[in-house]
Structure formats: structure tokens, C-alpha cells
Design a binder for this molecule. Structure first.
Ligand code: PHE
Length: 342
């Protein structure tokens, strides 16, 4: 039996030398040292030996077991070290490679332009006031002197919601009513920037979503000359005095009288293109003196108060400032476009 043990040990150690990975090592352990392994099998014969031989054989068996376990342990440590070293080699980072520069975020050109507009009006004493994008029909139309069947509604056809009388606002003008109702009887000088939505045939000139900046001044003795002065000062600063402008009589149900302001088209230099509809001029805003009915709806007595209002298209202004020839770029989210600003 001692011979059996010796030859089993020699075989086990030889096989251990050939073990190349941890999985094979585990098989080896099961085969020789496991509960049903070779050592255990041999030991099962112990009971058949004469009693006086058992202690000596048992001792040899224990020594064999101890040596095999030690050899196993040594091999295990060596294999684990090797595996670790292999993993380190495979996962090594080449610190000499040049890094990838992080892409810095920037404000969207529409936001940058809104902020520029706000800062120009801030210098003239206008505060910023924001109102909801989802409006009631009453605020968006009726209180602005546009009753349900008024033909002017065609100018602002919009997106309706499932809820009766709730629309996506088609202009920032409903904010006039909200602001007046909040501030009465104080005087008002504010701009109301924000996003608006229209049911629109999308083209180089028109988008179904855009930003407007509404302006509202309410007080005593506010005149058309104040409005014109403010708008000219705005245009001079926004375009650094480089663009001609003109006022053109117009109609809005919520202002009387009403007009629009045009800026000469830079895209074609006045020669005519699809953005200026071949006129050489691009309209950037509507404006006028606040209609008495609207003042009244805001809570102000038109006999004592007067006011002016305007609503400008943020993206139109940016197009003229940076010579962008298609409004659709603003919401197409193409980084090649966006990265040019900022
Ligand atoms: N709300 C108008 C529009 O969207 C613009 C406007 C605002 C006109 C205020 C006059 C006064 O077209």
C-alpha cells in the first residue's frame, strides 16, 4: 500500500507540472485530493491491513497528502500570479497616446440670441417676465381682442390639445394679459421671451416652433414715439448700426395703430432671395399701441393709461445677424451648424 501511495504521489506531481490553468488545477485537485479522489481510494484499503501496520501506513499517507496539498498550493499561487500578469498586460493603458479633448457644451444659438436681446432691453430698463407655453384659448386669443370666429385667427392657426380650450401658445402676447393682471395698477416695462408654436408650412422662412420676445410698456403718457425710439435703439444695437430698417403699417387685433419693422435682407444684400420673399426686406417684429380693449382686459383703464407692445421673432433676427439662410437649421440639431456659434 505504501508503494501504491508513492507511485500515486509521483504520478500526481508529474501531472501537476503539466497543469497550465486554474480550471485544470481544480480538476487535478478533485482527481487526487477530492473526497472520491485517488488518495481517498487508496486510504479505503487501510481497514484491510493488519492492525500493527496501520499506523505506519497512515503516517505515510498523511505525509503524501501534506506534500500534495503543498504542491497544489504552490501551483495555485503561481498560476494566479501568471493570470494576473497576463490581465495586466492585456489591459495595459498606453499613457503616451494623446488624449481625446472633451467636447465642451455651449448655449444654443437661439438661447444666445435671446440673451443678447434681453441684455439690450435691460439697458433700457425692461425686466424679463416669463409666462406658460401652454395657454388657454381665452388668453391666447379672446382677451387679445380675437373672438372665436375672428378671421385674424387664421394668422395664428395652432396646435390644439385634447383638453377643450387649451392650446400651445401661438405668440407671446397672452403674457401681456397675465403681466397686466399681476401688476395693476403699477406701470410696466417688460420683455417676455419664450417659445411659441404655429401650424405652419415649414420652409426656409417658417418653422412650426420658434422663440419670440414680447415687449410691453404700460403707463401714463406712453406714445407711439416711445415705441419707435425703443425699437430703433434696439435695432441699432442688435445689428451694430450696419442694417437699414423700415416701419410698415400693419394690422393686429390687439394693437391700434399697428405696424411691422423690417430689416434689410443681408442674405441677398437686398437683391431678393427666398428668405426675404424676393423683396429685399425681412420682417422681424409686429408692434403697436396696446388696444384699449386689451388694456381693459388687463385691468387698466384706457382713459388713464396707455401702452405699447411688440413681438419679435428671435430666430429671424439671428438669421439676419449671422446670415443664416434657412430657419430649419435652428431645430435640426446638426452639430456642424450649432458648433459655429459659441
Ligand atoms: N403677436 C404678434 C405675432 O405673433 C406680434 C405682435 C406682438 C404684434 C405685440 C403687435 C404687438 O405676430
Amino acid at each position: 500500500m505504501q508503494d501504491q501511495l508513492k507511485s500515486m504521489e509521483a504520478e500526481a506531481l508529474a501531472r501537476l507540472d503539466a497543469v497550465q490553468d486554474l480550471a485544470a488545477l481544480e480538476d487535478w485537485r478533485t482527481e487526487y485530493l477530492g473526497r472520491r479522489g485517488r488518495l481517498a481510494q487508496i486510504m479505503r484499503g487501510l481497514g484491510a491491513l493488519p492492525a500493527e501496520e496501520r499506523p505506519a501506513v497512515g503516517q505515510v499517507a498523511n505525509q503524501v497528502k501534506a506534500r500534495l496539498e503543498a504542491a497544489y498550493e504552490e501551483r495555485r499561487v503561481a498560476l494566479e500570479e501568471e493570470a494576473k500578469a497576463r490581465a495586466f498586460r492585456a489591459e495595459a493603458v498606453d499613457v503616451t497616446l494623446p488624449g481625446r479633448p472633451p467636447a465642451l457644451g455651449r448655449l444654443h444659438i437661439a438661447t444666445q440670441n435671446l440673451r443678447e436681446i434681453s441684455s439690450i432691453f435691460a439697458q433700457m430698463g425692461f425686466e424679463v417676465y416669463e409666462t406658460p407655453e401652454v395657454e388657454t384659448d381665452e388668453m391666447n386669443f379672446q382677451l387679445l381682442n380675437i373672438p372665436p370666429h375672428h378671421p385674424a385667427r387664421d394668422m395664428w392657426s395652432t396646435f390644439y390639445t385634447d383638453r377643450e380650450g387649451v392650446v400651445l401658445r401661438t405668440h407671446t402676447s397672452p403674457g401681456q394679459i397675465r403681466l397686466m393682471r399681476e401688476r395693476y395698477p403699477a406701470e410696466i416695462r417688460a420683455i417676455l421671451p419664450g417659445k411659441i408654436y404655429r401650424y405652419e408650412q415649414v420652409s426656409a422662412r417658417y418653422e412650426y416652433q420658434l422663440h419670440q420676445v414680447e415687449g410691453l410698456a404700460v403707463g401714463r403718457n406712453i406714445h407711439m414715439s416711445d415705441l419707435k425710439g425703443v425699437l430703433v435703439a434696439f435695432a441699432q444695437q442688435m445689428f451694430q448700426g450696419t442694417r437699414r430698417w423700415r416701419f410698415r403699417g400693419s394690422y393686429f387685433p390687439f394693437t391700434e395703430p399697428s405696424f411691422e419693422m423690417d430689416i434689410e435682407c443681408v442674405l441677398c444684400g437686398g437683391g431678393g432671395c427666398r428668405v426675404c420673399k424676393y423683396s429685399g426686406w425681412v420682417e422681424i417684429l409686429g408692434a403697436g399701441m396696446v388696444h384699449p380693449v386689451v388694456l381693459q382686459n388687463g385691468g387698466y383703464d384706457p382713459a388713464a393709461y396707455s401702452g405699447f407692445a411688440f413681438g419679435m421673432g428671435n430666430e429671424r433676427i439671428a438669421m439676419l445677424k449671422y446670415a443664416i439662410d434657412d430657419i430649419r437649421y435652428f431645430f435640426a440639431n446638426d452639430p456642424r451648424f450649432l458648433a459655429q456659434f459659441g
